[in-house]
Design a protein around this ligand. Structure first.
Ligand code: AMP
Length: 381
């Protein structure tokens, strides 16, 4: 059973074709710089060569056409026809309060994703374009939406409600949603297998540390709290995002620097984090290099990053009581073992009481493909 996974960004479409039964990837790639003069496609068949082409691409619809043409291309393609694809799974960032799990896409789901675009203006609109295009281009193939927010729906009210006038929650649904849910869920499932315990019986702290970073407290296999909030700006220090700050800093800076809401959003989302503090880079590899060269601000950025991870692990350990494992994943979590080692040292009391500290490679595409497969097979029963 072949499932195509589509992940649309504002100017890119990532795709991966997976064999769900074998849990293997067949090929994948990215169409980049959509709408620009440097549009390109990079396509790689597993254990095959990487093919890169410059190709005109004005919008997401054309990008999805390029994906289809690449998949059925007689030279580099892997399919004889689009009907070989059993389902298309779409990564959708925001499912608001409505979607607690992955869902088959129909008109009403599209309307809801449209509605939640207000909550994720950078992410939901391109996902919608991808969905609408796939419905035309892969006409008879069922489409499934897998939401980043869905895993966090088990959070109790006292964890997701902010201490602001309740009317704003009622009027605008301002609350904590949490993100990276597919990754937190994937590593939770894997950790339960490593621990040889049923998922419903494991308590975990999962740290997704990539360009975006979030930590989740998982009780009995369910998310009960997470560091990201109403948007993916809250919580840990990230590549270019500030993570938590006193909200009063926003009004203070707006006044002092005469900034608009958009300016301040830009500063906190794109010019903060590792990049903003160090002045060096958003990439931890450059930060670590700069630290070796004696750069004090790079060291400060790294120290803030590690300190916050420690604070979240400590607070989630308090919330969970018993912790079976602390799991590190994503670009930084998988490749910078110093962070896991430092946490292991800091939480020696957890280690002594049996908590494991482990690294698990995330695979959101596989989970999206598995959800898609499950939903379409249930549908056809
Ligand atoms: P992700 O969002 O999971 O793709 O993670 C991207 C981030 O992970 C990059 O910005 C780097 O900070 C970090 N990263 C990726 N690969 C490595 C690596 N091999 N060694 C150290 N850090 C890495």
């Amino acid at each position: 059973m072949l499932i195509l996974v589509i992940n649309c960004g504002s100017s890119s479409v990532k795709y991966e074709l997976l064999n769900v039964a074998k849990e293997t990837s067949i090929c994948g790639g990215i169409v980049e710089c959509i709408g620009g003069v440097r549009s390109s496609v990079a396509h790689e068949v597993v254990d095959g060569e990487l093919i890169k082409r410059r190709i005109p691409c004005k919008d997401h619809h054309e990008a999805i056409e390029i994906v289809r043409d690449t998949l059925i291309d007689p030279r580099h393609g892997v399919l004889s026809d689009v009907s070989d694809v059993a389902g298309v799974g779409h990564r959708v960032v925001h499912g608001g309060e409505e979607f607690h799990s992955s869902t088959l896409i129909d008109r009403s789901v599209i309307r809801s994703i449209e509605k939640f675009s207000e909550l994720a203006p950078l992410h939901n609109p391109p996902a919608l374009e991808g969905i609408k295009s796939c419905m035309k281009i892969f006409e008879l193939v069922p489409q499934v939406a897998v939401f980043d927010t869905a895993f966090h729906h088990a959070m109790p009210e006292y964890a997701y409600c902010y201490g602001i006038p309740y009317k704003y929650y009622k009027k605008y649904a301002i609350r904590k949603y949490g993100f990276h849910g597919t990754s937190h869920r994937y590593v939770s499932i894997k950790a339960a297998l490593v621990l040889k315990k049923p998922l419903e019986e494991v308590n975990l702290i999962t740290a997704h540390l990539g360009n975006g970073c979030s930590i989740t407290a998982v009780a009995g296999g369910k998310s009960i709290d997470t560091s990201m909030g109403f948007t993916p700006l809250d919580g840990l220090l990230m590549g270019t995002r500030s993570g938590s700050i006193d909200p009063a800093v926003v009004f203070f800076l707006m006044k002092k620097e005469n900034l608009t809401a958009e300016d301040i959003s830009d500063a906190l989302n794109k010019k903060s984090g590792f990049l903003g503090v160090s002045g060096v880079s958003n990439d931890i590899r450059d930060i670590l290099e700069a630290i070796k060269e004696g750069n004090k601000r790079a060291k400060l950025a790294y120290d803030i990053f590690v300190y916050r991870i420690k604070k979240y692990i400590g607070s989630y350990a308090a919330v969970l009581g018993n912790v079976d494992a602390v799991v590190f994943t994503a670009g930084i979590g998988e490749n910078v073992p110093e962070i896991k080692n430092e946490m292991k040292k800091s939480f020696s009391y957890l280690v002594e009481s049996g908590t494991r500290f482990m690294t698990i490679r995330t695979n959101e595409e596989l989970l999206i493909a598995k959800d898609t497969y499950k939903i379409i097979t249930e549908q056809t029963k």
